[in-house]
Structure formats: C-alpha cells, structure tokens
Design a protein around this ligand. Sequence first.
Ligand code: F0G
Length: 459
Amino acid sequence: MSSHSTPASDTPTDFCFRCIGCGDVSHAASRDFRCSHCGDLLEIVYPGWKNAKPDAQKLKSGWAQRRLSNSALDLSGVWRFRDLLPALADESNAITLHEGNTPLYELPRCAKISGVPKLFAKHQGMNPTGSFKDTGMTVAATFARRAGFRWVACASTGNTSASMAAYAARGNMRSLVLVPEGKISWSKLSQSLDYGAVTCQLRTDFDGCLRLLQELVKQAPVYQLNSINPFRLEGQKTLAIELLEQLDWQPPDHIIVPGGNLGNSSAIGKALLEMRDLGLISRLPKLSVIQAEGANALVRTMRETGGKRLISLQPETRATAIRIGNPASWKKAIHVIEATGGACEQVSEIEIAQAKAEIGAEGIGCEPASAVTLAGLKRLVAQKFVKPDEVVVLVLTGNLLKDPDYTIDFHRGDLFKSGIGEPAQRALNSLRRPPIVLDATLDAVIRTLEQADTVTSES
Ligand code: F0G
C-alpha cells in the first residue's frame, strides 16, 4: 500500500514530546502521558521543522494530489495530511476507517438568525462513528498498537468510547470503556457494546471516570486513549487543515467550537498556529470555545482567575457530551484562545435547545453539545465580539442521531419540565415538530397537511 501513496513533502515528521508546563522534551512518554518532572500535560512537537520547514506550496499540491489516490492512507481525511503528523514506521500499519473527509456546509438561515453574512458548519458528526473523535482515534489507536498494547481504555461521555471501541476492534485490540452511569445517551452506549468493548458504567461522573482511568493505567498494561494522549490531538488537528483546504486556504474570521474536556479546541488551535508558522495560511482565525452554563469550568477559570487556576465544578447539562467539570486540557485551550484572540463564552440550556433545532431545520442536525456553537455565536454577535461582516465556521462535533432522546423530548415539549418564561417558550414552540398520531384515513392526513401549511405560511 505504501508504494502507492503519494509523498507531499520531503521532510520526515520525526516527533518528540514536550511538557506544556516546564518545557521538558523527551522521546518517550509515560503511560499516563504526564511530564515525569512536573506532572503537566505533554504535546507533540516536530523539531525537524526548525531547520527544514516543509514547503507550504508543496504540501498543498501534494495533499490535493492524494485526493486522486485510492490507497487506504490517502483515502483517510486524517492521514492524507500525514506530513504534519507523527511519522508511521510502516504506513500499512495505520488503523483507519476513512475518517475525516467531512463536509463543510453553508447555513444560510442560521447566518441570518445570528446576524453574520456567511456561516459554515464543519460537520465532524459525519465521521465513521458519528463524531470528531475518529480523527484523533485513528492516530492514537495506531500508535497504541505500534507500542504493542493488547488493551486500550478510555473514560468517556459516550463519543470517545464509541470511537475507541471501533478502532480497537479494527486493530485487533481489546477495549475497556468507563462511562458515567445513566448520564450518556443510549445511542453512544450501544455503539461501544456492538464494537465489542468491555463497557463499565461507573457510579460517578465523567471526571470520576477519568480520575480512575489515570490510576488504572499506572497499574495495568492498558493504553490510555483519552485526549490527554497527545496522539489524539495530532489527529484532531486535521479538522482545521481540511477546513482551510475546503476554503481554498482563505482563513475564516472566526472558528467556534464546543468545550468539554478541551482537547478538541486545543487541537484545532495547535493546527492553526502550526499552519501559520509553516506559511500555509497568512492570517489566524479567532478560535472561540463555548460551554454549557452548567458545565462552565473554563469560562469561570478565565473570568475569575484570569486563566491562572482551574475552577472545577459539579457539572450539569442535558448536553451530556460536555457534562464535564474538571477539564484536563484547560491550559492548552487557554493558550490557543489567547494566541488567536478568541473568546470563551457560556450558553443556557434553552439557548442550546433552540440552536440545535435551528441547525436541524437547515436539514443538517447535530447533537446538543455541538449546538452550543450557534448559541455562542449569537451571544458573541450581541456582544459585538463577532462583527457583522465576519465569516464564521461552527464545528459541529456530533451527529444528530447520537442523542435521539434529547431531540424527541424537545419536539414533544418534554425537555423543560418547569416554567421557562413566555418568550422562550414561544421561541421553542415555533421550532417544535411533534409527531402526530392520527387515524389511518386520507381525510385525517389531508386535514393535517392543510393545517400545517397554514401554520407555515403564517410564520
Ligand atoms: N462535542 C461532542 C459531541 C463531544 O462528544 C465532546 C466530548 C465535545 C464536544 C467536547 O470536546 O472534550 O475535546 O472539549 N466528548 C468526550 C467523550 C468527553 O468522552 O466523548 P472536548
């Protein structure tokens, strides 16, 4: 296979690990992916780029060329950009499900609602297991197998576990999933079961699962596949590279991403900074991170401590994917928000529900956690942080089908049990399309059609 894949640059991507706290550089990482000196997180860096920068034009044309290739590596929207990823000793060893290659959709109605001229959705929910996690998992699972591990493991709110279980199965590894009991969607849980993971529902929240996993990897020979693992972030970087390629390398003004454990925002920011440094783009888009009000650790950390000390909390939100109170990659996220001049904002449960229905009504759809991006954009426009002439990209992280219970509760009017105020209720009601139970007669269906037509013409 490797003989058919196309080289895009002459520069090998030899990498090492650098601690984001003390800057220590090493060629190997410990099992918990923490610095052996200060305990902070590691990032992957490419020392070779200092003296032999990959040529930007050559990279761009090489990546375009690979789109014509049918080799497994080139068909992956992650490995197609392998010149900016840790080098594979043997290219046929990549565990890939043709991840990446996700569409960039225009959202004209949501643009109008939020008051920007051009709004795009980079839909990572169109990945093989339905979330952005696949782009990181292909890289991290590949390096897990290369390191000789039989078992991989993760703590998850549901998407990481679905993705890990799939890639482990494809790579002939066993997988152990730790998820909070009762706080993840059935759809995500069902994926890890079907892909053959040993799935443990722990009586704690996501943060409790992650704490336990970090202890476990020190005692048992299992490879940790949470986004603390820097290989995950290298794969997730390619979201931004692919996005810029789709925009003909013209940077948007703003990219907006949901924030949970804060790996994804860190990865996207890393890609933007690397692309700027390598001359692939001439200008940095702002990167903003949006959280749910009930899981707003980063927002509080930035507002109350100026980003110096993490404020962790007991999270609560129906957007269960981001129900996280102690985000591991908070320092990395703050670094990229500040480096790109972005913002960090929070949105309410009502705003999330409304935004999700608005994205759905464009024929696109996403899971609740992804909808914080549109809700956040509206806030940033109202605050004049996003200007009325700016081009904005929302990163939709998960597929609509990831959380059908939420969607059905919303349309049936069961999402908010207690009074939410008249204006909010009216806004939500205008988006609700509950299923209608009818007698099986032509008459009943025609009356329903006429009624619906009147309502639509009035609105
Ligand atoms: N959106 C979705 C759909 C997610 O599943 C997650 C995280 C996020 C956004 C937040 O991304 O953690 O990188 O800031 N899900 C993880 C999981 C925690 O276990 O599936 P983040």
